[in-house]
Every structure is written in structure tokens, then in C-alpha cells.
Design a protein around this ligand. Structure first.
Ligand SMILES: Cc1cc2nc3c(=O)[nH]c(=O)nc-3n(C[C@H](O)[C@H](O)[C@H](O)COP(=O)(O)OP(=O)(O)OC[C@H]3O[C@@H](n4cnc5c(N)ncnc54)[C@H](O)[C@@H]3O)c2cc1C
Length: 403
């Protein structure tokens, strides 16, 4: 039998993680990525719970630890920078808002890419423009008109997945806006974060934040605001920057400095807070993994775990390339859905309301900050742990190593 080919769209976290497992299992794997190279942007992501277990099983934990950031906790600040509340990294046994093992998203993507670039064929600066399924596989056309044949196509191309659009239907059917927008970018650290993730909430539904990086002179900044749907061009970064200026200019703390940094940052990223809800992630020989199929919103803190666990289960259920046939694919894809669904449901049920992250009034901000203090104390601590900080562990990963 010819070596089965899996074509993955998207070289974020889910795509390269899946590529790693599939290439180990003997598949030919091609990854197409719309960007010119791997996209190193993003803030810190954590490797708590099952996501960390998957990284252990990949054998990549030493590389991840080598990139770990020194973090001291999260602090909520006033307009003048004084601290209103803190949650140290030790809260909730190292699984609180800032967890004991966090790395930059770009470092995580790079570790996955370095571990796969010799065994996986990466094609950057292109994308799938058409898919046609027949009895034996999928005929794929890339943007440059190249034709490829694959036994299976995987959409790992994020919350606005093009593969999902081609094989399942338009975005509006599956994407629920959560009532706000969010920008991430690099910015000079003018406050001296010293390992602290600092967050400032201002009336009008504004949330500005700065997180440490490996470079003490630089921070990863976030500017988020609550809002109903806004019409904007997803490819027009200047228009998106202006949306931030309209809301954050003169809003206090470091907001003006962050707006200046947003103008210059080459890793500027803007999107709505959204969740992807789908009744099924399989359509014939096309399957979704990661944010493409079950984005839980960045506020859930579960995107990395969902992507890593989804990739692990999908590859594990597909098994070794030499036992790959049409019936086996369908059975494997159904088992992937069945095993993944309860974990997705739990991660998506985490309370992640934008109006709590970016409250509208000064009194709501004060209540929010009081909640952050109280949740660390008895009797609220176990309730908070159950609602937010133990969900990452709520799946028993199958052992595929002996399969
Ligand atoms: C630049 C960037 C920065 C991010 N920063 C953060 C952050 O700070 N905090 C956070 O919680 N989450 C962040 N995320 C989202 C986070 O990575 C995901 O929520 C999560 O890790 C799931 O990963 P994923 O692989 O499913 O999706 P993603 O990590 O979004 O990866 C999807 C990949 O698909 C590519 N892609 C998109 N469309 C196409 C297409 N048509 N054809 C081919 N490729 C395509 C994208 O360029 C991207 O590389 C960021 C995502 C990106 C892309």
C-alpha cells in the first residue's frame, strides 16, 4: 500500500503537534500555512493539565522548560500604577491565572516546528483554495493552482478556518461572538514588570495588560475592549489600530504608551473574542482540530491544551499508517470526536465573560478585583479551583504507545 498522505492546513499549535504524531506513525504529512513562516506572535500560554501531559509524551518537555518564563503572578493596578490586588504564581498550587509553567506562544510553535521540520513537508505562503472529496481521497487545489491528493485533510487553521468554510459551511453558523475585541503585540516595558503580569481595567469596558518576556526591556501587551459587533476589515491592521486609539487614548496607566507601541509592533494581532461551536468535526475525509473546530476563546485559557489534546487523540485514533484504509479512517475519526467532545464541553463551559474581563463601570471593576482577592481564600478557593483551574486536567489520555 502507498504511504497515506495527510494534508494539514495551519502551522500554529494544533497543526505541527498533529504532524509530529502522524509522521512518527508513518504517514506522509504536508502542512500548508498561509503566512510566510511560522507565526511567532502571541503572549504566554501555559502547559497545564493534559496539554502538558501531551508535551511530556512527545518528549519535548525539556525544550519547553528551557523556554519557560520567570513569572511571579498577576497584579491588578490602578490608573497611577499602584497595586489593587495580586494573585501570586503559587496560588491554586501553581495552576492559577498565571501557572507554574508558561512559555511564549511563539516559543511553543517554534519547538513544535523544529521537532517536525525534517520529517514533515511544510509549504508556507500558500493555502488550500478548493477541496473535492471522492471515494478514494481528497483532491486539493492550493492558491498557486498546485494540485495535491490526500487521504485525509485536516483543518488546523484557527478560529476563522478556511477548511471549515469549504467542508462544513460558512463561519456565521459556527462562530459565536462573545462581546469584545482583543489585540496582542510586543511593547517596551516602561513599568519594570519584574516577572509580574499587570492588568488595568478602566470604565467603558477596557482592559490593558502587560506580561513579561525573556527580554526585560520588552513586554507582551494586550488591549481588550467590550463591544457589540463591529464591521472592520480583518486584513487592515491600521483600521484595527484606530479602533484601539478610539477607545484607549487617555484612558490612564500605560494605555497611551501601549497605543504607540501598537503602531510599531510587527507582531500586532487583533481579533474578536469568540467561541467555535460545532455539532461535528468530521465531514467525510475532512476533520478539524484546535481552534478551527472548538475554540473556547482566549479568556478560557484552554486553547493550547485543546489543540495539543485534540492532535494527540486524532493521531492516536488514526494509528499506524500501515493499517490505514477507508473504513478505518471513518471509525477513527468518529472515535476522535467521541473522546474529544466531553473535554471540549468542559473547556467551553469555563465562565469567560468579556464583561467580567473588561467591566463597564468603576463599581463593577472594584467588585471584579474584590472577587480576585476573595477567590484565593477559604471558602471560595475550592469553588474557584473547580470552575477555572482544574478543567485542564479533566480528561484521561489514552495510552497509544503500545497500540
Ligand atoms: C499570531 C497568533 C498569536 C496568538 N496569540 C495568542 C495569545 O497571546 N494568547 C492566546 O490565548 N491565544 C493566542 N493565539 C491563539 C492560540 O494560538 C490558539 O487559541 C490555540 O493555541 C489553538 O491553536 P491552533 O493551532 O488551533 O490555532 P492557531 O494558533 O491560531 O494557528 C492557526 C494557524 O493557521 C494559519 N492559518 C490561518 N488561515 C489559514 C489558511 N487559510 N491556510 C493556511 N493556514 C492558515 C494561521 O496563520 C496560524 O498559523 C494566537 C494565535 C496566533 C495565530
Amino acid at each position: 500500500m502507498a504511504q497515506p498522505t495527510v494534508l494539514i492546513s495551519g502551522a500554529g499549535i494544533a497543526g505541527p503537534a498533529l504532524a509530529l504524531w502522524l509522521s512518527k506513525n508513518g504517514y506522509r504529512v504536508i502542512v500548508v500555512e498561509i503566512a510566510k513562516g511560522i507565526r511567532a506572535g502571541g503572549q504566554t500560554v501555559d502547559l497545564r493539565g493534559a496539554g502538558g501531559d501531551v508535551v511530556e509524551r512527545m518528549g519535548l518537555m525539556p525544550q519547553m522548560r528551557a523556554h519557560a518564563l520567570v513569572q511571579r503572578g498577576v497584579g491588578w493596578v490602578s490608573s497611577d500604577g499602584s497595586r489593587r490586588a495580586e494573585m501570586p504564581v503559587t496560588a491554586f498550587d501553581g495552576n492559577g491565572l498565571v501557572s507554574k509553567l508558561e512559555i511564549l506562544r511563539g516559543d511553543l510553535v517554534d519547538v513544535l516546528y523544529q521537532a517536525t521540520k525534517e520529517t514533515v513537508e511544510y509549504r508556507f505562503n500558500t493555502r488550500i483554495s478548493a477541496l473535492h472529496q471522492d471515494d478514494d481521497g481528497v483532491e486539493v487545489t492550493l492558491a498557486d493552482n498546485t494540485k495535491l491528493r490526500a487521504d485525509l485533510v485536516v483543518g488546523a487553521d484557527g478560529p476563522h478556518s478556511a477548511v471549515r468554510g469549504m467542508a462544513f459551511g460558512p463561519e456565521e453558523r459556527f462562530v459565536t461572538p462573545l462581546g469584545g475585541y482583543n489585540a496582542w503585540f510586543s511593547a517596551p516595558d516602561h513599568v519594570g514588570l519584574d516577572g509580574w503580569y499587570l492588568m488595568y481595567m478602566a470604565p467603558g469596558g477596557l482592559n490593558a495588560s502587560m506580561r513579561p518576556t525573556h527580554d526585560p526591556a520588552m513586554a507582551k501587551a494586550g488591549l481588550a475592549f467590550a463591544s457589540g459587533p463591529i464591521e472592520y476589515d480583518r486584513h487592515d491592521l491600521d483600521q484595527q489600530r484606530q479602533l484601539l486609539v478610539d477607545r484607549f487614548a487617555g484612558a490612564g496607566w500605560q494605555c497611551d504608551a501601549l497605543l504607540t507601541a501598537a503602531q510599531q509592533a510587527d507582531d500586532f494581532y487583533f481579533d474578536s473574542f469568540l467561541q467555535v461551536d460545532m455539532p461535528a468535526w468530521v465531514s467525510g475525509r475532512v476533520v478539524l482540530v484546535g481552534d478551527a473546530g472548538y475554540c473556547a476563546s482566549p479568556l478560557s485559557g484552554m486553547g493550547t491544551s485543546l489543540a495539543l489534546v485534540g492532535a494527540y487523540l486524532l493521531a492516536g485514533e488514526l494509528g499506524h499508517a500501515d493499517s490505514f484504509d477507508a473504513q478505518q479512517i471513518q471509525d477513527a475519526l468518529q472515535r476522535y470526536q467521541t473522546k474529544m467532545r466531553p473535554y471540549v464541553d468542559k473547556c467551553q463551559d469555563i465562565p469567560n465573560r468579556v464583561d467580567r474581563f473588561a467591566p463597564n463601570s468603576a463599581s463593577d471593576i472594584s467588585i471584579n478585583i474584590a472577587v480576585m482577592k476573595w477567590m484565593q481564600r477559604w471558602p471560595f478557593r475550592p469553588i474557584a479551583a473547580k470552575l477555572w483551574f482544574t478543567v485542564a486536567d479533566s480528561i484521561e489520555l489514552p495510552d497509544y504507545s503500545t497500540a
